[in-house]
Design a protein around this ligand. Structure first.
Ligand code: ADP
Length: 414
């Protein structure tokens, strides 16, 4: 049973074809720069990697290109398109309507369309992917998996902002949270590492990539998370500012004569690590140049680690007891420095890292326990695998075992 997971962004489509019966990724890759010049696809299987430039003006042509690669005589992995049993789509915003993954029908499409106001950059390309698959594989069931769904268990006092209630009633302004599939995946894996039922585990999970979000997980469920109404809130990120005084954008519009759109672009694309260093978002560059003595690269790293530590402390207070702190995503999996610095000095609350062990642990090391002997709280590095959540949800929905996602027994046994 082959399942295709698709993650359609504004100019890219990432994909993974998974053989459920063998619990194995058959092929994965991405089409990037859709609608721009020099569109290209990268495609990898067990045996080889390919890269090809190909004209792709839109998502339909990008998905057609993916199908062509999956079917290719030389490096393809299926014989005909009907070998694809179902498709799972990552949908960024499910609003309050979707607290779980769902089979896509015309009503679901309409509701995702209605939610586009809340995520104008994300939901439209997600929908373009659904339409493209509908056209190319009309009989194949499609499932929507929402980034926001995992956080729908937050209590009202955590998700409401202290703004006029009318803004919530009329415009749905509240905290939604993102990266839900990643926080779900690593928290379930952490429960396995702890040897406890997932619904008895309290976890602080730190997804640190270009986007950064931290989640407080109580008895397996999200009770608070750092990203908010949009993925702009929270810890400092690659190019996003994270938490700032909400008066700043208004002040800058007035003081520098910037438009609302300009401020929006600056806070989303030219702030964060990039804003402070003036040049870099890739933490490898920031670490290297900081090592050469650059004051602003050092400052950006100090700010990043300080933000992360603050969130760990806040969520420790929220949860009262933590079983594990989990690091994941590009930086969380591959930067020993970020892990060490964001828990430095937390020994007094039972969080102690084994500095030696931490030093050489990368994504390729696989799930690793980094806690010092005697540390009350475990510290884990867990490579995230959002696609596996997509695949398991697709299978669960189609075989009827997923009716309640909060008791759904993920196996994640690839
Ligand atoms: P995205 O949010 O785009 O999915 P990723 O989770 O892939 O991001 O993470 C990308 C980030 O991971 C980049 O900023 C990159 O610098 C960082 N990263 C990858 N490897 C390392 C490393 N060895 N040390 C520090 N940072 C790393």
């Amino acid at each position: 049973m082959k399942i295709l997971a698709l993650n359609c962004g504004s100019s890219s489509v990432k994909y993974q074809l998974y053989e459920w019966n063998k619990k194995k990724v058959l092929a994965k890759g991405a089409v990037e720069r859709i609608g721009l010049v020099n569109t290209f696809i990268t495609h990898s299987t067990d045996h080889n990697n390919h890269r090809l430039e190909f004209d792709c003006p839109d998502h339909t042509s990008a998905i057609m290109l993916i199908m062509k690669f999956l079917l290719d005589e030389e490096f393809g992995v299926i014989k005909e398109l009907s070998d694809i049993y179902a498709v799972g789509h990552r949908i960024v915003h499910g609003g309050e309507r979707f607290d779980r993954s769902v089979l896509i029908d015309s009503e679901v499409i309409e509701e995702i369309e209605n939610l586009s106001d809340l995520a104008p950059l994300h939901n439209p390309p997600n929908l373009a992917g659904i339409y493209a698959v509908k056209k190319l594989l009309p009989d194949v069931p499609q499932v929507a998996i929402f980034d926001t769904a995992f956080h729908q268990t937050m209590p009202e006092f955590a998700y409401m902002y202290a703004i006029p209630r009318k803004w919530y009633d009329r415009y749905y302004v509240r905290r939604y949270g993102f990266h839900g599939s990643s926080h779900l995946y690593v928290s379930r894996r952490a429960a396995v590492m702890l040897g406890k039922p997932w619904n008895e585990c309290n976890i602080v999970s730190l997804h640190i990539g270009n986007g950064v979000s931290i989640t407080a997980i109580e008895n397996g469920l999200s009770v608070d998370t750092s990203m908010g109404f949009t993925p702009l809130e929270g810890a400092i990120m690659g190019t996003r500012c994270g938490d700032i005084d909400p008066a700043v954008p208004i002040f800058m519009q007035q003081a520098a004569g910037l438009s609302a759109d300009e401020v929006n672009v600056i806070l989303n694309r030219r702030s964060g690590i990039l804003g402070i260093t003036g040049k870099y978002t890739d933490r490898r560059d920031v670490i290297r140049v900081a090592g050469e003595g650059d004051r602003y690269c050092k400052l950006a790293l100090e700010m990043e680690h300080y933000h992360l530590k603050k969130y760990i402390g806040m969520y420790y207070a929220v949860l009262g007891r933590i079983d594990a702190v989990v690091f994941t995503a590009g930086v969380g999996e591959n930067s020993p420095h970020a892990r060490e610095m964001s828990v430095a000095g937390l020994e007094h609350i039972g969080i102690a890292i084994d500095a030696e062990k931490n030093k050489n642990v990368l994504s390729s090391s696989g799930e690793t326990d980094l806690s010092a002997p005697g540390s009350e709280v475990k510290i884990f590095m867990i490579p995230t695998n959002e696609e596996l959540v997509f695949i398991e949800d697709v299978v669960g929905i189609l075989n009827g075992s997923y009716s309640d996602p909060f008791t759904y027994n993920y196996t994640f046994s690839n």
